[in-house]
Design a protein around this ligand. Sequence first.
Ligand code: FAD
Length: 417
Amino acid sequence: MNPDRPTDATAGPTGETIAIVGAGQAGFWAAQTLRKEGFTGRLVLIGEELHPPHERPPLSKAVLAGEAAADSTWLISLDALQALNLEWWPDTRVFRIERERKRFVLDSGETLAYNKLILCTGGRARMLSVPGSDDASVYALRTIGDAQALAPMLKPGRSIVVIGGGWIGLEVAATARKRGAKVTVLEAQSRLCERTVPKEISEHLLALHLAHGVNIILGAEASSIARQADGRTQISLADGRALVCDAIVAGIGLEPNDELAKEAGLECDRGVIVDSRCQTSDSNIFAAGDVAVAPNPWAGRPIRLESWQNAQEQGIAAGRAALGLPVDYKPLPWFWSDQYDMNLQIYGVPAPSHRVVSRGAPETGSFVLFYLDGDVIQAALGANSAKDLRFAKRLIEQKKSVDIALLTDMNTPMSKI
Ligand code: FAD
């Protein structure tokens, strides 16, 4: 028993304890919001990692490239964290939630009783399952430690194979090229980022990476990994081909950390199911960030958003909801990715049924593609067009008809549409 950690839910000055499990981006914003909104009770922020709450996007970009220090990702300094008057329990894992007793159990066996609980447990990098996947030359990228382990491998003379042509895989490929490593990307599907972008954008990404010297093999399925006598690693493909490299990076997606919730009997479906108040099937438990599956009117169904924007905004919403404040969280999804000198942004959820019109040509490197239902914009994807995309966001949210001739005319500022 740790004497600094009273286990009583009524240990706070106002007799209320709110505990947040997961001290990542969503957990941090929930904690900060609780204090900002006037919660004076006991606030406990528990996280498995040693680092203070931090953002992950730089881990595949500036931090991996060696251009930024790991602590530049911190969302708050240690002093400011202390000033929030919360108990931050780093390096601590919650093992089980006992809902009927409104308490949870840590790996150490300690327990903590709560009045309200917010689950912000995020997700973990999905692991490869082919034979040889546990070789030390196989890397994943989710944490600061992962980025620090991989970074030294990205240098001239080294050859990297990235498995997975999704966002993380492509950002690693871009950073590795920037650092002078040779890169091959293996993608099992017939196009890059197939799950998240329409084919026009997949083609743009393909052309971009080819132009930067990345070898991309589509429809490629890794079948086994084996370390050679010379210390290099051979990766065999299902079609009989084989590649030899110095490191393999698995960028094959995320597994939501929803086991705690599932074992506690909360409704889950590849993530913790919440309503637009971030409330789970237990009225005292909320969830936010990568682990939460929430209704989304823009997608027309409940979805789990793996994005910086959602981790922050849903974390804030969950903090407010835990205090009983009005919350109706229905975000227009927004995601960005930086690869080489391209900043790509996506607002909304493009669908195959949408008509696509273009503002600017993809060949120029700066363009926006609009996805329309009739003459109403449903989604916008663009490269190096941040200002136009900000206007596009407003047009999507307003759900107003637009004049397509004006929208696609580069001489008409977006502000005039
Ligand atoms: P996390 O940040 O994963 O935090 C969850 C925390 O909970 C972790 O620290 C974990 O250790 C802890 N935890 C889990 N289980 C327990 C337990 N039982 N007990 C205690 N603690 C627990 N998004 C974008 O929009 N644009 C980008 O360019 C972009 N780039 C990215 C690059 C990388 C390399 C990665 C990994 C992600 C990127 N993202 C990007 C996504 C974005 O960073 C995530 O959506 C965001 O970090 C999710 O925050 P979260 O708080 O929900 O989860």
